[in-house]
Design a protein around this ligand. Structure first.
Ligand code: PLP
Length: 470
């Protein structure tokens, strides 16, 4: 407790008389309430997560899920023997996800929870690399993809696999089946379609890519497997576009990753990697840990990890079921289409993804129509920030990097009413930018004396935000 001579007012206590310790390991201690207040108050400067339309990740969590997270704050998921029921809930969840994605035998399909899609993608990629080597592959392995999330560039670099990104041709925004033949060879360990592109929200055509690979096999004998990056599509299409074939219904699909903490609705730190059949996960990747007097197979990059995310994901699965997920996701698509209609109505934009559940995820993306409206999308992103809305603007991937796109990801917790507030702010922001273009933040193009054009690909460092498009 505070010394006799000390104040009893929190903000007059010693720890709050000076700035927070910032460099070097601090020497003095402080009361937990004081330290809490320092940390809590500093975080007020973070954006409001629910107004963050740049993130794909869960920003609304119900009370029961919060309680389960709190209940399990002390549980390490790697301690299978000590917390056998947490391990059991994970096994059930793996079977549920395998069933959702049409694994031939969900009861025996192998899969694991992960910290997110990044870890799940690494595992899927590693399994493909080990299978390629077991088939006698030598030389430098490669994989083929379209514009991918940064985790695949990481996988390539960390694990010495060449990434062959097919550039966007013409007005294409997704990996096109016709383009694949020119990029594969005997060292191609997999093709990675993105089911729910980060850049646009659009689904890539997994079935078409699978057919293209069938033709390549007939012609050349190369049997190239598919790993689907379904980070955000994996918990949408099964409910809202069930006849879209992108999953284990396609025999060439050997593994799939998804983020439980995106459209899976789990709190941050949940992902899933599932293999079609046990044979698709090479034994070298499996480590056994003690489990109820026996052993249990694990295959993860992490050792210790919190158990709450998996526990809460299992809660989401049994709480909502297919019926509940369908209702929740359909409502989010409805909100997305409401935003798309509003954006179209505002005038100067051209929609790339309008929230159609058969074409992509619960997101809306747009570019500025041709002709200079006196501002660019980075300016608009900046204007919206003054009202607390976080919406990413960024250049398209190669070879369309001269174009700028804006994307809003809709998630559980967004209502039509919130979107109306956002649209009103967009309308006001556009009017302000049109009336007073100089109030727009300086772009690097301004500084360099280039024309300030609607399609300027050079963002302000602020609006671009490191990784905001990821
Ligand atoms: C978000 C995302 C990832 C990375 O997932 P995390 O869960 O953030 O690790 C990978 N691929 C795609 C397509 C994504 O949208």
């Amino acid at each position: 407790m505070a010394e006799k001579s000390e104040s009893h007012d929190l903000y007059a206590l010693p720890g709050l008389r000076h700035g927070a310790p910032k460099a070097g390991f601090p020497e003095p201690e402080m009361l937990p309430q004081v330290a809490y207040e320092i940390v809590h108050d500093e975080l007020m400067l973070d954006g409001v997560s629910r107004m963050n339309l740049a993130t794909f990740c869960t920003t609304w969590v119900d009370d029961q899920a919060r309680r389960l997270m709190n209940d399990s704050i002390d549980k390490n998921i790697v301690d299978k023997d000590e917390y056998p029921q947490t391990a059991e809930l994970e096994r059930r969840a793996v079977r549920m996800v395998a069933d959702l994605w049409h694994a031939p035998d969900p009861a025996t399909a192998l899969g694991t929870s992960t910290t997110g899609s990044s870890e799940a993608a690494m595992l899927g990629g590693l399994a493909a690399k080990f299978r390629w080597r077991a088939r006698g592959g030598t030389g430098t392995p490669n994989f083929v993809c379209g514009p991918v999330q940064v985790c695949w560039e990481k996988f390539a670099r960390y694990f010495d696999v060449e990434i062959r990104q097919v550039p966007l041709r013409g007005d294409r925004l997704t990996l096109h089946p016709d383009d694949i033949a020119g990029f594969v060879d005997e060292n191609t360990i997999m093709v990675v379609p993105t089911f729910g592109q980060t850049f646009t929200g659009l689904f890539e055509d997994v079935a078409g890519i699978s057919r293209a690979l069938d033709e390549i096999q007939t012609r050349t004998g190369l049997d190239i497997p598919i790993h689907v990056d379904a980070a955000s599509g994996g918990f949408l299409a099964p409910f809202c576009a069930p006849d879209l074939e992108w999953d284990f219904r396609l025999p060439r699909v050997k593994s799939i990753n998804a983020s439980g903490h995106k459209t899976g609705l789990a709190p941050l730190g949940a992902g899933w990697a599932i293999w079609r059949e046990a044979a698709d996960l090479p034994a070298e990747l499996i480590f056994d840990v003690d489990y109820l007097g026996g052993s249990m197979a694990t295959f993860n990059l992490n050792f210790s990890r919190p158990g709450g995310q998996v526990i809460t994901q299992y809660y989401d699965f049994i709480r909502l079921g297919r019926t509940g997920y369908r209702r929740v996701q359909q409502q989010i698509y409805r909100v997305a289409r409401h935003l798309a209609a509003g954006v179209r109505h505002l005038g100067p934009f051209e929609l790339i993804h309008d929230g159609d559940p058969r074409r992509g995820i619960t997101a809306v993306s747009w570019t500025l129509r041709d002709g200079d409206p006196g501002f660019n999308l980075y300016d608009l992103s900046d204007r919206l920030r003054t009202r607390g809305w976080l919406i990413a603007a960024y250049p398209l991937p190669a070879d369309r990097e001269h174009e700028t796109i804006m994307r809003a990801v809709l998630r559980h917790g967004f209502s039509v009413d919130m979107i109306d507030l956002l649209l009103a702010d967009m309308g006001r922001g556009i009017a302000q930018l049109r009336e007073n273009p100089r109030s727009a933040p300086l772009t690097r193009a301004d500084v360099g004396g280039f024309t300030h054009s609607a399609t300027a690909a050079v963002p302000t460092s602020n609006a671009r935000g490191s990784g905001s498009r990821r």
